[in-house]
Ligand binder design. Structure first.
Ligand code: ADP
Ligand code: MG
Length: 445
């Protein structure tokens, strides 16, 4: 067995690289042997790069020339990813592993538990809904439909529901799979003429978690099959949990009957975390990696990242890895050095840039925005532009007032409050603001 050679090599790798490096880079590796040789699967592109650049020589050395033949480091398919069970020399096993039980169908990511989910204004509704589902699955929010941009914690949150339900009721029949995996399983069963078995497997569940349902758009046959699965579970009072990158109303190529089922439960959106949440996330993730960092360091990292938590995590990992490798303290300078090349500091925005972008978005001209014309067609976009000037360009109220046709600064203050209040109440305004923010802060390629 080729995998056995990998397992035998682990203690020597640990000795050679040290505990820290071993835990950071080697433990996440899942080794699969096939005809071409050993395939080392890692959970992210960053780890792939790191291992390929810095550790591959040591790995080859320890494995010896024969086992190293055809050795590759690849990023695992996330939908099938399970962290490998690392043989630890010293008990106790990590807390997470004991908490994660195995679902009937699919997989739960071990780390994606409630305790590790930072809650704040951007995700509180979704979080509370998730928690109450654990208490009484199938009763209150059915289905739960969690939607929002990439890297904002959808998969984490729905996995947490799965873990917690299994924790409280180990006999619960839970499935957690990506919509794409669902489709592939269905196609496989169709080909092998085993649809009855397929249907039974999904229709006997207590909880079905289907991740990334936007993938079903335009897949008519799969939607049809899923519709029947859904109906069956729903009428039996079983819990269905869905995630998507957009709300059902915006999913083109989705059958109407599915759309109306999706809309019939609780729609909860997750938005980019606030500045405070981002700092909290950085601190918590650092703690999980066995270290703590100063506030100024956390802030420096946050400033170089976009809205996605995944990006934030990647940046932190890079910084910690490099501190570890160079045996250097984690300072703001180090952050600047490490992240400068990969993530140029977000450009500082000018009020003019905000005005241009907002005008373009609403099909107006900048003079429209800065004029004193009234009417909703210009006044709302104007308020949005003032709000973004305040939050993104970080300009003083008087400076903004001056650039919007010499208004009074209280007008700007009023605009900021109005937009905030609206975004609080109305998801479409919230997402409009998020989209504009994203396009304004995207680093230049
Ligand atoms: P999505 O499914 O929305 O694309 P994920 O759930 O995969 O996002 O989250 C991306 C990464 O960010 C994961 O590692 C996850 O643990 C982390 N993450 C996202 N939101 C939070 C949060 N609120 N608290 C802690 N970690 C988070
Ligand atoms: Mg996801």
């Amino acid at each position: 067995m080729k995998e056995a050679e990998w397992r035998r090599a682990l203690p020597r790798l640990r000795e050679r690289l040290g505990d820290r490096n071993f835990a950071t880079w080697i433990e996440p590796i899942r080794c699969v042997g096939d005809d071409d040789g050993l395939r080392l699967e890692v959970p992210s592109r960053f780890i792939q790069e790191w291992v390929s650049r810095h550790l591959i020589a040591a790995i080859r050395d320890v494995l010896g020339p024969e086992a190293s033949e055809g050795l590759r480091v690849v990023v695992a398919d996330q939908s099938t990813w399970v962290a490998p069970a690392v043989v630890r020399e010293s008990p106790p096993a990590p807390a997470v592993a004991s908490r994660s039980r195995v679902p009937r169908v699919g997989r739960l990511v071990p780390d994606y538990i409630f305790d590790r989910f930072v809650v704040g204004p951007s995700n509180r509704v979704a979080f509370e809904a998730a928690k109450s589902i654990v208490v009484s699955p199938g009763v209150h929010y059915n289905p739960l439909f969690v939607w929002g941009g990439v890297g904002l914690g959808k998969t984490h949150l729905v996995n947490a529901i799965g873990h917690q339900i299994l924790q409280e009721n180990p006999r619960a029949r839970v499935a957690c799979i990506g919509a794409e995996t669902f489709m592939n399983a269905m196609i496989g069963s169709l080909r092998q003429d085993q649809m009855a078995g397929f249907r039974d497997r999904y229709r006997e569940l207590d909880v079905l978690i289907l991740d990334d349902v936007q993938f079903l758009a335009g897949k008519e046959r799969t939607q049809e099959e899923f519709f029947h699965t859904f109906e069956c579970l729903y009428t039996a009072g079983k819990q269905v949990i869905l995630t998507s990158d957009k709300p059902p109303s915006a999913m083109a190529g989705l059958e109407n009957r599915l759309r109306s089922r999706f809309e019939g439960g609780l729609l909860a959106d997750v938005r980019p975390p606030t500045a405070e949440m981002r700092l909290e996330i950085i601190h918590r993730k650092a703690t999980l990696q066995g270290t703590s960092i100063q506030d100024d360091v956390a802030l420096a990292i946050v400033q170089r990242c976009g809205p996605s938590v995944r990006e934030l995590e990647g940046a932190l990992t890079r910084v910690l890895a490099s501190a570890n490798l160079e045996a250097a303290p984690v300072t703001v300078d180090l952050v600047q050095q490490v992240l400068m090349l990969v993530m140029p500091r977000r450009k500082t925005l000018t009020i003019e840039a905000v005005q241009q972008r907002v005008a373009q978005h609403f099909g107006l001209s900048v003079p429209d925005l800065t004029s004193h014309r009234r009417g909703r067609a210009v006044s709302f976009p104007r308020q949005v532009a003032m709000y973004l000037s305040r939050t993104l360009a970080d300009a003083a109220l008087t400076a903004i007032a001056a650039k919007f046709g010499g208004r009074d600064h209280t007008t700007v203050l009023y605009a900021v409050k109005t937009v905030e209040a609206k975004a609080e109440k109305d998801p479409s305004t919230r997402h409009l603001i998020d989209d504009l923010q994203r396009s304004l802060t995207a680093a230049d390629e």
